[in-house]
Ligand binder design. Structure first.
Ligand code: SPV
Ligand code: MN
Length: 610
């Protein structure tokens, strides 16, 4: 470490931090160490080195670069990720590993891994700086690409560490890409490991580069913040945070949880943007307030086109600091991604190297021009619809929480729970989503994904759900809980709604939060009245909304809904820590559905409940 870097580090008077960094240096044995203070010079240095070393390549448009992950390292590695627990403890639905064994394995993978490289150390704040919501974090990595992402996605907080000195409590992330091939891709994917050590609030990640596995502050931090949230009685969630503009300039804030590929980003973009992926929610004097721990977007690029996503498309095609990953570079040095609304190029360069139309992988499967999970990293500040409150240390008041999944045949397009408890049990904890071609598994199969947070749980699911229920009990003004489903289909498999309809659902939810509309009481909660939707469709989309469409979309499908309750019941009955009250709420819903079915039949038109 140079004298200058040593001075930077010693400026932070925190022996715990010094010990952690000294230990990491000792283990990883880098040639040199760079302390990133978050200054514009330091940011420039990281950007420049990412290109110089070849982790990123500059593109035609100023500020744009591309990074390619290994073909075997294109998504979150569920199978290589584990929560380390002492004594080999197990938890339902969570991959765990004996802590001693895991740490031993990790230390041997990290031993000397940074020889010949520079170790980068960055300081960040998850959440607005100096906010009661926020959590400090330190990232150590040997990847300029990883630190470049973090410089865009998180608030730099070296100054906050200096200010807090010994008091600073922080999460720790130690990452190495491991050995690289000639394309600068992690080579030893078989030794890819992501281990989460809860007692040490440390995550180790090695032999991987894909953002979801390597950018510590994103999904790796989520495991640690969920655990802190349980200890402190708040919610650390996989949710967007947006403001919805209601009548007379009113803005109502929503968070929303959706499993991948079920409409999260497109919903977030309709509103005023505060965050697209993560939210911290706290009880502040009986109301729920939320902040976004991030200040950037690491978004899926596939399918973004000027018609459906004009705001994002505009951001991605003008000069700005953007890191593209796993897209195709065309022969003209332009960026191409699947579904962008342009003809597919004949050839180019992608994550598999040289690419041409018809290229297949070693198993004979076609290689698409860009990977379905190709991404872009960009600052929130690039978005025209950014809400000015995005960095407010006090957070914004949450009026509604939305849970959405991909469901072909069961749930109505929008509905509201009777209360917090009913919403948590029957909507949030019962969230399922149909798998798509982009997620490994059989298309059409439903995947259980409570709160869209299952992949990131680091505590017992029963503890997590109990915390949700307790959190709501003491609120004086609990947010309303809504369910949405954009993917309902008819018998022929055609979607029953168009892509824009979600704009209307958001407005309906906004009015409900302010008690401006009545609703129909059904066995699953409140649903919209036809008359209200007819007016909103006219106002929002300038479109006629047919009674026939309404009747089909909002029919209560009792048998399908009862089957869903059975599936959910079975899952939770195997988790001993689920409170009894949870099953009472499910049982009540089941009774309401059975009563309705015996009175009105299997599929019940909404008007029957009026
Ligand atoms: C998601 O898939 O939910 C993401 C990207 O936000 S990842 O970082 O891989 O989780
Ligand atoms: Mn996400």
């Amino acid at each position: 470490m140079s004298d200058e870097m040593y001075r930077r580090l010693m400026n932070i008077k925190n022996p715990e931090l010094h010990k952690f960094i000294a230990w990491a240096i000792d283990l990883c044995k880098p040639d040199s160490v760079f302390i990133n203070t978050g200054s514009s010079e330091d940011f420039d240095y990281i950007r420049k080195k990412a290109i110089e070393i070849g982790e990123e390549m500059p593109l035609k448009i100023p500020g744009h670069t591309v990074h390619f992950d290994s073909p075997y390292d294109q998504a979150r590695a569920r199978e290589d990720t584990a929560i380390l627990l002492p004594g080999g403890q197990k938890l339902p639905f969570i991959r765990t590993k004996d802590r001693d064994e895991g740490l031993k394995e990790m230390y041997s993978l990290l031993d000397g891994v940074m020889k010949g490289r520079e170790m980068l150390v960055g300081f960040y704040s998850l959440g607005p700086k100096g906010s009661p919501f926020s959590i400090l974090a330190v990232q150590i990595t040997d990847s300029y690409y990883v630190m470049h992402n973090e410089n865009i996605l998180y608030r730099a907080a070296y100054d906050e560490f200096v200010k807090q000195g010994e008091r600073a409590r922080f999460l720790r992330f130690l990452h190495s890409q491991g050995e690289l091939n000639e394309m600068k891709q992690s080579k030893n994917i078989k030794q890819r490991r992501i281990y989460i050590d809860l007692p040490g609030e440390t995550v180790y990640s090695v032999n991987t580069q894909y953002g979801g596995n390597s950018i510590g502050l994103k999904k790796l931090a989520l495991r640690l913040t969920i655990k802190r949230a349980m200890e402190e009685g708040w919610l650390s969630e996989h949710m967007f945070l947006i403001g919805v503009e209601g009548p007379r300039g009113r803005v109502t804030y929503f968070t929303g949880a959706f499993p991948s590929y079920s409409g999260k980003t497109s919903t977030a973009m309709i509103g005023r943007l505060l965050g697209d992926d993560l939210a911290f929610l706290r009880n502040v004097n009986g109301e729920v307030k939320a902040v976004n721990p991030e200040v950037g977007v690491f978004g899926i690029i596939e399918g973004i086109n000027p018609i459906d996503d004009p705001l994002i498309y505009e951001v991605l095609t003008r000069p700005n600091e953007i890191i593209f990953s796993n897209i195709l570079i065309t022969e003209n040095g332009e960026v191409y991604w699947n579904g962008m609304g342009k003809p597919e190029p004949e050839r180019g360069i992608n994550y598999t190297g040289k690419w041409w139309k018809g290229k297949t992988d070693e198993k004979g499967n076609p290689v698409p021009p860009s990977h379905p999970n190709a991404r872009f990293t960009v600052s929130l500040k690039a978005f025209k619809n950014l809400d000015p409150a995005y960095d407010d240390p006090n957070g914004v008041v949450v009026g509604g929480i939305i849970f959405g999944g991909r469901d072909p045949d069961t749930l109505v397009p929008v509905f509201e729970s009777f209360n917090w408890e009913h919403g948590v049990v029957t909507i949030a904890a019962s969230l399922e989503s149909e798998r798509t071609a982009a997620v490994i598994g059989k298309p059409g199969e439903r995947e259980f994904n409570p709160m869209a947070n299952l992949d990131f749980l680091s505590v017992d699911l029963g503890v997590y759900i109990s915390n949700y229920l307790k959190f709501g009990e003491v609120l004086t003004r609990p947010p309303k809980i809504f369910g949405v489903n954009y993917f309902l289909r008819d018998e022929q498999g055609r979607f029953l709604n168009s892509k824009e309809d979600k704009r209307v659902w958001l407005q309906w939810m906004e009015r409900r939060i302010h008690n401006e509309l009545n609703a129909i009481t059904t066995p699953i909660g409140y649903i919209p009245r036809y008359e209200d939707l007819r007016i909103l469709f006219r106002e929002v989309l300038n479109r006629d909304y047919g009674l026939e469409d309404y009747t089909k979309q909002f029919a209560i499908r009792t048998t399908k809904l009862l089957e869903k309750i059975d599936r959910i019941w079975k899952i939770y009955s195997e988790i001993p820590t689920i409170p009894k009250r949870f099953f009472d709420v499910l049982e009540e819903q089941k009774q309401r559905l059975l009563d309705a079915r015996s009175k009105y039949g299997d599929v019940i038109p909404p008007q029957k409940f009026e």
